[in-house]
Design a protein around this ligand. Structure first.
Ligand code: FES
Length: 581
């Protein structure tokens, strides 16, 4: 049973510090709000619920969230709350340069202040595209007022010439086919329109779907939320139900810190293994745990995920898409299977006020081969593998379910790209000394190096290798990889090259050993040689000259702890300074 005890209701809420009483200040606050036509009795002490909306025309994955927000509002009104919709920073994965990840912390900081500085008693986090989910959860966790996540839901299946087209996954695939001469540019253009045929987020188990699943597995969203397609009427139902629910959460004072416990994170990490989720979840969950003061580490990811089979047969690891995952029962079925296998903390609390097991114990599976039986898992050990060695003293990650079995143990000659521009300049050169046995090494794409840690780790193979029909090679970088991507790709190598990690001193021709089973990543040069190279290393990334980029450069932490800003870790609560009016 959960240890949570609801607070007595009624009681005075924090929004009354703005709206309660007859002082000049409260008249000032209420008076301005009344210019929107709100009746006086709405300021009577009922819960004021902020709907933090990441809608933006330039975040197309969240383009439908204003409509969804109306359903959230309806639920809040029905339950006796007072909804206020608040636009917040929206970091679009497919638009922001140099990479949306550079703005996750900025968005989290803005959201945190938007909650704390304004009259809210609780909030609904209306999110979807990759970074919008972790940034809002991080911000809300640092304030620790009651909060519930509502995601926008995935797009419907894409189809091109009768075959499923997965967001991102097929972009990489078609692009490689064009390079290999297996697809024309005209066909590629024709395929473009098939990739996004409805509103919503990426339809693969990419980062958006993964983070929606992580929010649900953490207990921060209503059970079943993650998989409902954006255009399905049930998406609007869950939005309305979440609106109703947040009002009661405020009355009960059920906060993120009650829900986002170590048990909840362990459930989420295991769930990520079961769904074949994105490697980006590693970074985001580490950062989110830091906001609630939990010391979740890369080692937790490795140890907790090792025995978790990947049973969700979705791209990029498998063959189906989110729409089919929903029809098969979605995440509750997966969590039920985890519970039956003894891989779930059943007592973890959720936003419903019930335990996770209360929510999933009786769900019915229509899994077919979309949610597989454990005995037929896509990968028996599906969690994220955390590699260590002299090339990654603080760790690097690899997603076994998206990797090639024959490359999981590999020794190869390094072909080094000093940065992404160097890679782009060389990769199509027929004279590049590379074959499929080599190990591609990309430097200076970590949090500080890029800056922002772009999703370039699954760098495309050289055309001369692709033309042989080879589709995978070992690739190592300090970058991230899109959750829609695949391959034997070692990511997040820490410390990153831009701060002088060993990756910075790898040279063309060095031999590198990867052994996923042994969790080993080794640069095969004498230790004295490695130390001499490290001692001679000089920074080659110029610090930004002012602005947010400078703040980012100065404060971003390594990927191994979640790449949050050093000064943003932890919970600062909801107390706010006195009014100055
Ligand atoms: Fe926004 Fe995939 S790019 S969800």
């Amino acid at each position: 049973m959960t240890a949570f005890t609801p607070k007595p209701w009624p009681r005075k809420l924090r929004s009354q510090e703005w709206y309660g009483g007859t002082s000049r200040d409260t008249i000032y606050h209420r008076g301005w709000m009344k210019n929107q036509g709100y009746p006086h009795d709405l300021f009577d002490g009922r819960p004021v619920i902020g709907i933090l909306n990441t809608w933006s025309d330039l975040t197309p994955c969240n383009g439908h969230l204003r409509e969804l927000s109306e359903k959230v509002k309806a639920g809040i009104w029905e339950a006796g709350g007072f909804p206020v919709e608040v636009p917040v920073f929206s970091a679009s994965e497919n638009t922001y340069r140099p990479t949306a990840m550079m703005y996750r912390n900025l968005a989290a900081m803005a959201v945190e202040e938007a909650i704390r500085g304004q009259p809210m008693d609780g909030c609904v986090l209306l999110v979807g595209c990759d970074k919008t989910t972790p940034s809002l959860i991080m911000g809300a966790a640092s304030v620790d007022l009651p909060a519930i996540v509502v995601t926008g839901g995935p797009m419907l299946n894409g189809y091109f010439r009768g075959e499923r087209v997965g967001s991102g996954t097929h972009l990489w695939k078609f692009s490689e086919m064009v390079k290999a001469g297996e697809m024309t540019q005209a066909e590629f253009l024709e395929a473009e329109a098939s990739m996004s045929r409805s509103t919503g987020t990426c339809n693969t188990m990419g980062t958006a779907s993964t983070m929606a699943s992580m929010a649900e597995a953490l207990g921060m969203a209503l059970s079943g939320n993650a998989a409902i397609p954006a255009v399905d009427s049930r998406r609007r139902v869950v939005a309305q139900m979440s609106g109703r629910r947040i009002v009661q959460m405020v009355k009960d004072d059920l906060k993120p810190s009650d829900i986002m416990t170590r048990q909840a994170f362990e459930n989420a990490i295991r769930t990520n293994g079961a769904i074949g989720g994105s490697t980006n979840a590693v970074i985001h969950l580490l950062a989110m745990a830091g906001r609630v003061g939990l010391d979740i580490t890369l080692d937790d990811w490795d140890s907790l995920g090792r025995d978790v089979p990947t049973i969700v047969n979705l791209m990029p690891s498998g063959k189906y898409l989110m729409e089919e995952f929903f029809y098969a029962g979605g995440l509750p079925v997966v969590m039920r299977r985890l519970g039956e296998a003894g891989l779930l903390h059943k007592d973890a609390l959720t936003v419903s006020g019930q335990t996770v097991w209360d929510e999933v114990a009786h769900v019915v599976s229509h899994g077919g081969d979309v949610i597989l039986p454990v005995e037929q898992a896509l990968a028996p050990h599906g969690g994220i593998a955390v590699l260590k060695g002299n090339l990654a003293p603080k760790g690097a990650v690899l997603k076994p379910s998206a990797a090639s079995k024959h490359l999981m143990k590999h020794r190869g000659r390094a072909v080094v790209f000093e940065d992404i521009d160097d890679y782009k300049a060389k990769i199509n050169d027929e004279a590049l000394d590379i074959d499929e046995t080599c190990v591609m090494v990309l430097k200076n794409c970590g949090p500080r190096g890029y800056p922002g840690m772009a999703e370039v780790g699954n760098m495309g193979l050289p055309p001369k290798v692709l033309k042989k029909g080879i589709t995978d090679m070992v690739r190592i970088s300090d970058a991230r990889m899109s959750g829609t991507a695949y391959g034997t790709v070692v990511l997040h190598t820490s410390p990153e090259a831009a701060v002088g990690g060993p990756l910075a001193v790898v040279r063309d021709g060095d031999m590198i050993e990867l052994d996923v089973d042994a969790r080993r990543l080794h640069l095969d040069i004498p230790e004295a040689e490695l130390q001499a190279r490290l001692a001679a290393w000089q920074p080659n990334v110029a610090p930004p000259n002012g602005g947010y980029a400078q703040m980012f450069h100065q404060h971003v932490q390594g990927a191994d702890t979640g790449a949050d800003f050093d000064f943003l870790r932890g919970c600062r609560g909801s107390a706010v300074g006195k009014d100055s009016h």
